[in-house]
Design a protein around this ligand. Sequence first.
Ligand SMILES: *Cc1c(COP(=O)(O)O)cnc(C)c1O
Length: 498
Amino acid sequence: MTEKLAHTPPAAPARGPRGLIFEIGAPESRCVEPPALDVPEVDLDEVLGGAARVEPPVLPHVTEVEIARHYSHLASMNFGVDSGSYPLGSCTMKYNPRVNEDACRMAGFSGLHPAQPVETVQGALELMVGLAEALAEVSGLPGVTLQPAAGAHGELTALMAFRAYHADRGDVRKRVLIPDSAHGTNPATVTMCGYETVTIPSDATGGVDMAALHAALDTDVAAVMLTNPNTLGLFERNIIEITRAVHDVGALAYCDGANLNAIMGVTRPGDAGFDALHINLHKTFSTPHGGGGPGAGPVCVTEELAPYLPGPLPVLRPDGVYDWQVPARSIGRIRAGYGNFGVLVRAYAYVRALGAEGLAEASEQAVLSANYLKERLRGAFELAYDRTCMHEFVLSGSRQKREHGVRTLDIAKRLLDHGFHPPTVYFPLIVEEALMIEPTETESLAELDRFADALIAIAEEAAADPDAVRSAPFTTPVRRVDEARAARTPDLRYDPAR
Ligand SMILES: *Cc1c(COP(=O)(O)O)cnc(C)c1O
C-alpha cells in the first residue's frame, strides 16, 4: 500500500498556470539591448517598396529572468520521461541517453545543408549507410530507406512500393488485410494508398483468426499488414503459416515494426517471411518523441522490392566515395531532403553504443519488465489475454467499472496523483476498458514496484472510495479538462484586446 493521497486540492497549486508570456513583464522590459546605431538610418518602408507593416507587432516585453522563469515554470507543469515513468503502451516512452543528444548536436552534423555537394558530406553519408546496414541486419531485410519521417509515413512508403511492384507484374489488386488489433495508422495508410481495408478478427488467444485470414485471402489482396508482436503485446504464433499463405496468393506481407524493441537482436521479421517492415527510430532507437517532434520511420524490404524504394539512397561507390543513388524503379521522393537526419544520428549513436548484444539485452529487459508488472497486477485487474507477453500487456478495468462504477479513464487520472503518466487507455479497441502498459527496459525494479503499488492502491481505493477515484486528479496543475470541447472548439489564439 502506498500512503493515502490528499483528496482536496492545495489552496493555490504552486505548479498551476501563471499566465501567458504576454501577461507578464512591462513595456520597458527587454532581454536584449541592441547597440547604438553606427550606420546611416534608412526608411524601411522605402527599402521594402511600401511593404513595411504599419502597426508595430504585439510582442512580449520581458526581462531575461522573467523569460527564464516563464519557460522553466511551463516545463515543470509538463510530464515527461525525465519527470517519471511513462508506461504509455505502444509508444515506447523510454529514457533517451543524453550522449545521443550530444552526438546529433555536433556542428558537423547540425550545420549541414541538404544541397551540399557530396564531397563535403562524406561523414554524414557514411553514417547513413552504416545505420541502413545495421537496420538491415536487425530486420533481416537488405533494402533500406531512411527517408520516411514517421512510422505512418513508413507504412505509406512501403504500400506505395508494393503497389508499384504489383503494377510491374500487370497485377491490379484492390484489398489489404489488417487484424482488428492493429494501430489506427494501418487502415489510414491503406485508404491513403487507394486500397480497401478488410479487417481480420483476432482469435480467443489474441492472435490472428487463421480461418478468417484464409477465407479472406485471394488474388485481389495486395498485402497483409501485421504488427508483430501485436498491439496486445503478444507474439503472433502462426507467423510462418501467415506469411506463407499470403505469398501463396501472390500478395506481400508487411510488418508494422513499431514494436521492434520487443524482438530486436532476438528474432528478425525478414526471417519470418515478411517482405517489408517499418521501424520507429523515435521509439526503439531513443529519440525523444511525443507532441509531434521529429521522428523517423525507415523502411526495410527484400531484395526484390529494393528497386522500388524512394530515392535517392545513400550508397558507397566502388571507388570508395559515398554518393546518392536513385533505385531503378523508385516510387520517387517521399520527403524533402533525406529524412530527419538528427534522428538518424541519435539512432546510429544508440546502435554503436549498444552493439548487437546490447540491442538483444534491451529487448530481453523490456519483455522481462512487462511480464514482471503483469504478474504483480494480475490480481488487481482483469487480464485481457493470459499469456506470456512481449514488451507490453493489456489489462482491463471492466471489473472496476462493473462493481464500483469506476472507469479506466478515472484510474488513469488517479495515477497522475501518484506521479505516473497513465498507460494507453481504451486501446486496443478489442479490449473493454483497456489499460495498455509498456514499462520499457529503462525502468528499474524499484520503479516498476512503485508503479505496481500505485495501481494496486487505486484498485483498492476504487472499492473503498470510488468517488475519490472518479474525482481525480487532485494534485496536477490542471484537473479534468473537457476533452470533447477542447477537440471540437479549440481556442488556441491569443487576443491581446481580450
Ligand atoms: C506508433 C505506432 C505507429 C505509428 O508511428 P508514428 O511514428 O506515430 O507515425 C504505427 N504502428 C504502431 C504499432 C505503433 O505503435
